[in-house]
Design a protein around this ligand. Sequence first.
Ligand code: SIN
Length: 484
Amino acid sequence: MQTGNLINGEFVQAASGNTVTVFNPADDMPVAEVPDSGEGEIARAIDAASEAFPKWSATPAIERAGLLRRWAGFMLRDSERLAALMTAEQGKPLAEAEGEIKYAASFLTDAAAQAETLSGSVVPSPKQDMRITAIRQPVGVCAAITPWNFPSAMLARKLGPALASGCTMLAKPAHETPLSAIAMAELGVEAGLPKGVFNIVTCDAKLFSATIFGDRRVRKVSFTGSTPVGRTLMKQGAENLVRLSLELGGHAPFLIFEDADLDAAAEGLIVSKFRNAGQTCICPNRLYIQASVYDEAMDRLRKKIEKLKVGPGDVEGVQIGPLINDKAIKKVDRHIADAKQHGAEVLCGGERAKPQAKDRTLADRFYAPTLLSGLKPAMAMAKEETFGPVIAAAPFDTEAEAIGLANSTPYGLASYFYTRDHSRAIRVAEAIRAGIVGVNSGGVSTAQAPFGGVGLSGYGREGGPWALDEYTDVKYISTGVAER
Ligand code: SIN
């Protein structure tokens, strides 16, 4: 297994020899050492991506697509190994990790399909002696800054469309989870990735952003992470007018109307909320239930939540793994304490979980899946993402009130609601301010759909044909036609 940077087709350590240790969040055991790279490695990765660009962008789309498909195939071939690595560094249950590897591979195959159909247009001209053609061209060298919560899928979601469009890329994985990214890069090399087309540098986040934004050759940056960091990147990118895609925090509402199938709604909430222990940008953080079915819906939910099994991700049957680090679990502690102070009632969970393992001492980083009643606008969890296995609920009376509650934050990534009324489904889907709306659907993620937010959740879309828009410029060619 490689643990180095991938720069210009070679796996290399930092010239300084400095490394950082990757720890398993379930038991704090070291998993591997990766380079703590400096400015020199980042600059060499930009050089490599820049040198590779002319040839890669001129490579026929069908060949670029072929590489992405081979790469995806190797990921599926090695999905068990990659999932075990992901669970070791990220903590999520093995079944979820294997699901993520398949999800990541699907971004590569979807981008391959998009590459083969990416086209421009010929527009009717207003003049007899002129023709108008618009072609799509790759923007150039791109950089990706990826998060720890989906270490393979979020990288694939960026590198697939970038390479499919003919761009080259350098990526900085999150310092908590670099191994999944490096393992993916290794499979890219096996699939025939030309030198410099894709590079990985493990390094400090601030150093990476200062270096890429300081180099005019980097024309596009795609970032998944927090809103405050997104703002900083916008400021840094202003000087060189760098194109940005920002997939930032969400704060999803989940509405259950009185005409909903309550079992389906409860199942949808479990799927969307408790995936990755609630450490998902699109997971619901606020649950609003119509008053006439509030008690019944909460009862069904509580019964399902109480059954979720907490423990290390590599133990059979575990559904809720550890949180990524101490800061994450302290945030959950703070949100729960604050909610209790504001009068919330704990229906289940509400405290750290203490799973036991026969062969090792586990870290104090597990949180019991929690359902709270009495969500109030003044609570911290009504205003910011909890990013843990916690959901708090409040009743509402009317559709208008539910829409008002859903839209009561400046964020707008995902949103969900359950109803059997067809007209209501259309009205509410149109009225909610969010990039993604799940209507009777808790599992909205798929590589073919446009993924991204509005408001403080950022801008730009990943997935399907929209993804390639982010990595291409439209060039207008005006051709003069002389009369015979
Ligand atoms: C995210 O939470 O950032 C991504 C989740 C997904 O793609 O399903």
